[in-house]
Design a protein around this ligand. Structure first.
Ligand code: SAH
Ligand code: F3S
Length: 477
């Protein structure tokens, strides 16, 4: 399974190497949280490469340590605080070392970070990365530096990200930033600001460059990709076809998908995340029309209960959600879905919980990301509602939901058995050096024995003969 959120109890992921000859300074950059943060880190590395920094995986040799942080749940923030404390010694022995915090925690805590964590010299919010070179000059002069100004326009459209953690095969391409939705539990609108869509030409260009550099799969990223909307003209030469140009007066997500599908016709295209309220059937029609758009949607629902959906300010009902899934399956019969669930939100009753379980059974998700509700300071839920489900009840319900998802995953995976799938090889299986690991269009992970002549980045036909809860077992045909 592709890990969408890095387990919050684990350390963040430090990235491999962004190098430029002649650069002498060393940056240790670690990312926490969602895919968007990982993608942002690639922008940061790109900006700092122009400032003389190469990245390093060895924190000991760093001149600059940056943590790109997550605020989504309390645990995510605790993990970062713990991590920061580990740099204390290094900072004492190397006074020239600069430690900075980027991303959502920087945005949420602002100057409090500098006050609370003596170790931190630099605080930069998600829309202020272009200012990093100036801010670093301030820290070099010995003072703390901060920029947490949110923007209504910034999309970093012109910055070519350096591809960091990757396998050279799959890459993220950001298409929207921010979120205007105000789900009552969620801190994201406060930490990432207003929603804005990136110029489609720059998206097409980035996808094309990726293809030319050997990449085989892109994931179009946004908090809410389905509300992508871009107005305006743009240079004609940027369009592959006249029909692209016609669409370009106003490009919505379905139109963007089509443009990308046509521009890089052999590239696999995925996207995340979809919000049920903004999804329209046109997106599924594009999926069915273009073979290179993967038949998989991550469609968070958060709860199966209408009472909870209302309290969460989700703009759809259980019935509307199920209708969407039903229609989608009609258009794309082989489609797979995954979910996000919040367990034990304010006022959640046993009946609400049962509704969540029953919705999961109806949809039969391939997999899911399930979390106990964590109250976030400043959110509408924190201000107006009571976090009243006792911790042990949350945990019990959470384990029931996780257990059910396990059963559903196993069932869904067994549904792939006996068929042949096109698997894009992404790397070697973690468990067995003699096996490849890749995914089918539905995003199910498949492992199979390596054969001579196969390499990372190849797409191969694989017969699936068995499965575990989360993995398909196959052999090349
Ligand atoms: N639209 C976003 C959602 C960001 S938050 C996206 O693209 O992923 C990711 C998930 O974290 C949400 O879907 C929700 O299930 C979970 N989440 C958000 N706030 C939470 C909170 N306060 N407590 C527990 N889980 C939360
Ligand atoms: Fe958060 Fe809801 Fe937006 S979950 S990111 S406020 S769609």
């Amino acid at each position: 399974m592709q890990e969408k959120y890095i387990d919050e109890t684990k350390q963040g992921e430090a990235y491999a190497i962004a190098e430029r000859k002649g650069n002498t300074k060393k940056l240790f950059l670690e990312s926490y949280g969602c895919q968007m943060n990982f993608s942002d880190s690639e922008i940061v590395a790109s900006i700092l490469r122009d400032e003389g920094y190469n990245t390093t995986l060895n924190v000991e040799e760093a001149d600059l340590i940056l943590l790109n942080t997550c605020s989504i749940r309390e645990k995510a923030e605790q993990t970062v605080r713990m991590r920061l404390s580990q740099f204390k010694k290094q900072k004492e022995t190397n006074p020239g070392l600069t430690v900075g915090v980027l991303g959502c925690m920087a945005e949420r805590l602002k100057t409090r970070f500098l006050e609370e964590e003596q170790l931190v010299d630099l605080v930069v919010g998600p829309d202020a990365y272009r200012d990093l070179p100036n801010l670093l000059k301030e820290t070099e002069g010995g003072s703390d530096a901060i920029n947490v100004i949110l923007s209504k326009e910034e999309t970093y459209a012109d910055i070519s990200p350096v591809r960091l953690g990757g396998n050279g095969v799959t890459a993220f391409v950001t298409i929207t930033r921010g979120c205007d939705n105000m789900c009552t539990f969620c801190v994201v609108p406060f930490t990432r600001g207003r929603e804005r869509s990136r110029d489609p030409f720059s998206i097409l260009k980035e996808c094309e460059e990726l293809w030319n550099n050997g990449y085989k799969e892109v994931t179009l990223l946004g908090q809410n990709v389905d509300s992508y909307l871009w107005y305006g003209g743009g240079p004609k030469k940027d369009f592959a076809k006249a029909s692209d140009l016609q669409k370009a007066t106003a490009v919505d997500f379905a139109a963007l998908l089509e443009m990308v599908a046509l521009r890089v016709p052999e590239m696999r295209i995925r996207f995340a995340t979809s919000n049920p309220q903004d999804m329209n059937l046109e997106v599924f029609r594009m999926m069915s029309k273009y073979n290179n758009i993967c038949k998989y949607v991550h469609l968070p629902v958060q709860s199966g209960s209408n009472n909870m959906l209302k309290a969460m300010n989700r703009q759809h009902t259980r019935e509307e959600y199920l209708e969407l899934i039903y229609e989608a399956k009609k258009i794309v019969p082989e489609i797979a879905f995954s979910q996000d669930m919040i367990i034990g939100f304010c006022g959640e009753t046993e009946e609400d919980h049962q509704q969540t379980l029953s919705l999961m059974r109806e949809v039969e998700y391939d997999y899911g990301y399930m979390f106990a509700y964590s109250e976030r300071p400043g959110t509408p839920a924190h201000k107006k509602m009571e976090d009243d489900v006792p911790a042990e009840v949350k945990q019990r319900r959470l384990s029931e939901v996780i257990k059910l998802q396990g059963e559903l995953s196993r069932k869904r995976m067994s549904g792939y058995v006996g068929k042949v799938y096109e698997i894009l090889i992404e790397g070697t299986s973690k468990k067995n050096d003699n096996q490849w690991k890749g995914r089918n269009s539905q995003n199910a992970v498949c492992v199979f024995d390596k054969l001579d002549g196969q390499k990372i980045g190849d797409t191969v036909s694989v017969f699936v003969y068995g499965n575990t809860q989360g993995t398909l077992l196959g052999e090349t045909v």
